[in-house]
Structures are given as structure tokens and as C-alpha cells.
Design a binder for this molecule. Structure first.
Ligand SMILES: Nc1ncnc2c1ncn2[C@@H]1O[C@H](COP(=O)(O)OP(=O)(O)OP(=O)(O)O)[C@@H](O)[C@H]1O
Length: 299
């Protein structure tokens, strides 16, 4: 993958011509986008459009990535980015036979090994457990927690190193409305108080309204990169969902027009080719007639 020479970048993420091939198929096609620092950017689009793939590319775990992708001023995947990025996948990465605190203690010890860091580790663990509102469950076995509580343990692990960039893959799936609201409050708190950049995916359009900026995706492409207000205004829509549907319909209509133009051109090319063949045949026929006439004369 190419990357720019800059080491400091105003944008938390900057992609140009980002292309990803998975299983022999191009699933992200030449994407250009930026993610502003200290803001919440929502990555929205239907299932299978490429949200997780884009996030994997940003955190540096995706193979077959081409184009330019800079993250926090470094090429995506650079080893120096590891402690600066928190990544929460859709599947909770938690040991079910440990308590919440033991899970956090373990990951804290991986991040900051050694006796000298013991006090700061304990502080980070208690802070992360508090951030996700699991203090009351700190000594509960992870295996006995609900799905929503488990995903909050995963989030707490990602918050341990106070990351500058937090990448969250559909963190609110399966959560009740109260928990969803609390998590969104947490994301806003992290952005406002700690300056954390949050890149969060969802296919629930009402969550789009909670983001500062949106990247709307469809079939491996970015349909729009705008604020919720900007999207509603330019599509004359009441909600982001309506704006998204408007943009999908527009893209489908443009695609249909482009396909029709290609089909018309192919038909025109075929017609030209047939005409050329007919004239060649006629021309070669005339030459044969002329040759026959010559032969007749020479007899
Ligand atoms: N391991 C894989 N090998 C090959 N193709 C894959 C793999 N994982 C995903 N894909 C394909 O890549 C495309 C994008 O998938 P991706 O998981 O990024 O979409 P998504 O928008 O995150 O979907 P969802 O909202 O369901 O999580 C899909 O067409 C999918 O079939």
C-alpha cells in the first residue's frame, strides 16, 4: 500500500483510492474519505456493503489493501499505531471464565507489563469499568453476563489504553434503548472530554442522527460524506434514513442510465461492424465480378 510521507495529519483518517479485495472480489472500490479528529463519524449502510472491511483496513488487520490510507498521520497498520487505536469487533473478545475485572487486569498487563506499572494499571482498569457502567458487575464472571454486558466488557478493554482513535464495529447491536442511549452518551463524552476520534458503524439509521459526520456506504462505495444536517438539506429529506434512500434511488437511476448508455453503444458498435462487413463483402464481390470479366476478355 502507498502512503503519504507526512507524519502529522489534520485528519485522523485520510483515504484516497482505497481498494480492498476479499475472496477474489473487490469489496471496496477506490474510496476517498476523511475522518475528522475528536469527532464521531458514523459508517452506515446495509449489511454486506463493506463497513467491517473498511474498519479492518483502518486498524491495519485487512489484507489486499491498495491505495493510500493514513491513520493518525501514519500508514494504516504501522506498529506505532497499535497503542493509539482501540478496536471493538462485532464478536466480544472476552474470557468467559474470568470476572470482568480479571479480564481487564489481564489485558492491562499485556499493554503495560511489570510491577512498576501496577498502580497505573489498577487505575486504568477501574476507569475503563466505570466508563462502560459495569462497576457493579466488576466481580461477576464474564460467562454469566448478558450479551450487552459482554460487549461493554469488550469496549472497556479497548478503552484501557485511552486510545486516540476508537473504531467500533456495530457496538449497539442487540442492546436495549436505554443501553444504546448510555453508550452514545459515552461516545460523545469521549469525543468532547478526551478528544477521542470515534469511527462507529451501524446499519440502524436512527443512530446516524447521533453522529457529527456520516459516511454512507452502498456496495463497496461511499454514497455520501456529510453531516446529518447537510444530508437532510441537500436531499430535501426529513430524516437521514430518508436521505439515504433518496441517494440510493439516485445512484440506482444513474447506474441504470449508465448501463443503458453502454448497451446502446454496444448495439451501435455491432451495427457499424455489420455494415463494414457487408460493404467488404460487396467490395470483394465486385472485385470477383471484375476478375471474371477480365478473364472473359482474355479468352
Ligand atoms: N472473509 C471473507 N472472505 C471473502 N469475502 C468476505 C469475507 N468477509 C466478508 N466478505 C465479503 O465482503 C463484503 C463486505 O463485507 P463486510 O463484512 O465488510 O460488510 P458489512 O457492511 O460490515 O456487513 P455487516 O453489516 O453485515 O457486518 C461482503 O460482500 C462479504 O460477503
Amino acid at each position: 500500500m502507498m502512503n503519504s510521507a507526512r507524519t502529522a495529519d489534520a485528519n485522523a483518517v485520510e483515504a484516497r483510492g482505497l481498494t480492498v479485495v476479499r475472496g477474489g472480489r473487490t469489496v471496496l472500490r477506490g474510496l476517498d474519505f476523511t475522518v475528522e479528529p475528536g469527532r464521531i463519524t458514523g459508517l452506515l449502510g446495509p449489511s454486506g456493503c463493506g463497513k467491517s472491511t473498511l474498519m479492518r483496513a483502518v486498524v491495519g488487520t485487512q489484507a489486499k489493501v491498495t491505495g493510500t490510507l493514513d491513520v493518525l498521520g501514519r500508514p494504516a497498520g504501522h506498529p506505532s499505531l497499535r497503542p493509539r487505536i482501540g478496536y471493538v469487533t462485532q464478536a466480544p473478545s472476552v474470557y468467559t471464565d474470568l470476572t470482568v475485572r480479571q479480564n481487564l487486569d489481564y489485558f492491562a498487563a499485556v499493554l503495560r507489563p511489570g510491577r512498576t506499572h501496577r498502580a497505573s494499571r489498577e487505575e486504568a482498569v477501574s476507569r475503563a469499568i466505570g466508563d462502560v457502567d459495569l462497576t457493579r458487575h466488576a466481580d461477576a464472571l464474564a460467562g454469566n453476563l448478558s450479551g450487552g454486558q459482554l460487549s461493554r466488557v469488550s469496549l472497556a478493554v479497548a478503552l484501557l489504553a485511552t486510545p486516540e482513535l476508537l473504531v467500533l464495529d456495530e457496538p449497539t447491536v442487540g442492546l436495549d434503548p436505554v443501553l444504546r442511549r448510555d453508550l452514545w452518551n459515552l461516545f460523545h463524552g469521549l469525543a468532547a472530554d478526551r478528544g477521542t476520534t470515534v469511527l462507529v458503524s451501524s446499519h440502524v439509521m436512527d443512530e446516524a442522527e447521533r453522529c457529527h459526520r456520516l459516511l454512507l456506504m452502498r456496495e463497496g462505495e461511499i454514497l455520501a460524506d456529510d453531516t446529518p444536517d447537510g444530508l437532510r438539506t441537500r436531499t430535501d429529506s426529513a430524516t437521514v434514513e430518508e436521505a439515504f434512500l433518496h441517494l440510493v434511488d439516485e445512484a440506482t437511476a444513474n447506474q441504470a442510465t449508465a448501463n443503458q448508455a453502454t448497451a446502446n453503444q454496444a448495439t451501435a458498435n455491432e451495427a457499424t461492424a455489420s455494415e463494414a462487413t457487408a460493404s467488404e463483402t460487396a467490395a470483394s464481390g465486385a472485385t470477383e465480378d471484375e476478375a471474371a470479366a477480365c478473364q472473359e476478355k482474355t479468352r
